[in-house]
Write a new protein. Structure first.
Length: 59
């Protein structure tokens, strides 16, 4: 007897984007924007934006 295969999140995501093709660009643009903002916040507030001497002294 074959087991019923549960849908993964990726399968549901692909099915949703397939049925809403216009939203694909919005989802991609929002993902890129969130990644860029996250990168900016990380670099700004983590100390990696400091001088090289400061970073080397951390190790």
């Amino acid at each position: 007897m074959a087991r019923k295969k549960n849908k993964t999140i990726r399968m549901r995501y692909d099915a949703w984007l397939g049925s809403h093709p216009a939203m694909a660009n919005v989802v991609i643009a929002a993902s890129v924007a969130v990644a860029l903002v996250g990168l900016f916040v990380f670099v700004t507030f983590s100390g990696f934006g400091a001088s090289a001497e400061f970073i080397y002294n951390q190790f």
